[in-house]
Write a protein that binds this ligand. Structure first.
Ligand SMILES: *Cc1c(COP(=O)(O)O)cnc(C)c1O
Length: 413
């Protein structure tokens, strides 16, 4: 038996794939090969069933009604919060704030810091951030006069930790970094980044949007101040995610939005705010989405993150080897620790053209700058083709990708 057979059968990929109805559709007359998991993951029927069940049996507004439906919906939503708390080893359930996703979570923190910064302060951001972890901080710096500084990276796509340590000073108030880069796949050494930042008294936000589907983060062990997740990148629905914040920080930050649900008492003279987590959850939330996020975590945990990580590493290793047999193909992001993402180009061909031909063959990849234009500027390229993997992908699909890229190359060169 080859290695390929062992790992795929250990995880029982065929059975897992049956949970994802979309994987059985055809695209342009070919079986779908879905390799755009870094943009959004597919949804297993267990999560789809949770969504159907919610609207068939449970639909009501939460935290308000005395009636049974409202109480059942509230219980299910709060149960999902507890699942998320447990999954990320968070100390208290009210340190989990439901948001619409990572972008919302980051904006909540960046806006909240406005009154805590002034023009002598510095904010550090890594060179490999998603736009959603750059633009809100630029806006914060514009509001406050604080300076944004960039932690540089190597051509392999690894952060230069020595440079980072030099950039840190008493002026550093905030540090932002992703756990895994969505454009390069680099797993950043976030424990070291967090500890060093705390050494100078800075606060750290880690963008976990790309990491959470692949790595189970222990947020108490990391001692991180803020961590963000989007459900749709880990088998959940779009439009829901979380902000984790240490209780002391969430108590210090002002509310982000005003409205129903986030108040203790309202008069026209003065409003007092509700306790955590409600202070940050104004209005009717994505109730069904939150409950389905909990179901997605149940689903992935039943498979087991150790298995998922091991299998995906194996897939990425295999895909890297096979892709590199194609002459003229260059991979961007060759960090020692990486996961799930392969960004590449073929000399003389625009990534968009490769993506278009792959689509004709039923293969879904992303092309372009992947919401990380500074990385593309760094490599002086317009974009890349990005194949990104999940635990429901197979080595056979990698083979289809490699054959597709070869075909695209022969058609375009
Ligand atoms: C996807 C992603 C985001 C943005 O997430 P949204 O769900 O679109 O808010 C931010 N950072 C990284 C690293 C991502 O992969």
């Amino acid at each position: 038996m080859t290695n390929k057979d062992t790992i795929q059968s250990k995880l029982n990929i065929d059975t897992i794939r049956k949970d994802f109805p979309i994987l059985f559709r055809e695209v342009n007359g070919r079986p779908l090969v879905y390799l755009d998991n870094a943009a959004t993951s597919q949804t297993p029927r267990q999560v789809i069933n949770t969504i159907v069940d919610y609207y068939q049996n449970l639909n009501a507004n939460i935290h308000r009604g005395v009636h049974t439906l409202s109480q059942e919906a509230t219980d299910a939503y709060e149960e999902a919060r507890r699942k998320i708390q447990e999954h990320f080893n968070i100390a208290k359930p009210h340190e989990v704030i439901f948001t619409s996703g990572t972008t919302h979570s980051i904006n909540l923190v960046a806006t909240g810091f406005t009154s805590f910064l002034d023009k002598d302060d510095e904010v550090l951001v890594s060179a490999m951030e998603h736009h959603s972890n750059i633009v809100p901080w630029q806006m914060l710096c514009e509001r406050t006069g604080a300076k944004l500084k960039v932690i540089p990276m190597t051509v392999d796509g690894e952060l230069k930790m020595e440079e980072y340590n030099k950039l840190l000073s008493q002026k550093t108030k905030l540090v932002f970094c992703n756990h895994v880069s969505n454009a390069l796949g680099t797993i950043n050494p976030i424990k070291g980044i967090i500890d060093a930042a705390h050494g100078v008294g800075a606060t750290v936000l880690i963008d976990g949007a790309q990491a959470a589907a692949h790595i189970k983060a222990d947020l108490q062990a990391l001692d991180v101040d803020f961590y963000t997740v989007s459900a749709h990148k880990m088998c959940g629905p779009t439009g829901v995610g979380i902000l984790y914040g240490k209780e002391e920080w969430l108590n210090k930050l002002p509310p982000y939005q005003g409205g129903g649900e986030m108040i203790a008492e309202v008069t026209f003279e003065k409003t007092t705010y509700a306790d955590l987590p409600h202070k940050f959850e104004a209005g009717t939330p994505n109730i069904c989405g939150g409950i389905a996020f909990g179901a997605a975590l149940d689903y992935m945990n039943a498979i087991g993150f150790d298995m998922i990580t091991e299998y995906e590493d194996e897939l990425v290793r295999y895909a890297t080897e096979q892709l590199l047999t194609i002459e003229g193909l260059k991979i961007y992001g060759t960090a020692k620790h990486k996961t799930s993402v392969i960004s590449f180009n073929i000399k003389g061909i625009h990534p968009y053209d490769i993506g278009t031909i792959l689509d004709k063959l039923g293969i879904a990849v992303r092309t372009g700058h992947h919401c990380a234009q500074p990385i593309m500027d760094f490599y002086q390229i317009p974009g890349t083709v990005r194949a990104s993997f999940s635990f429901y992908n197979t080595k056979e699909e990698v083979d289809v990708l490699v054959e597709g890229v070869k075909k695209a190359k022969s058609m375009l060169l």
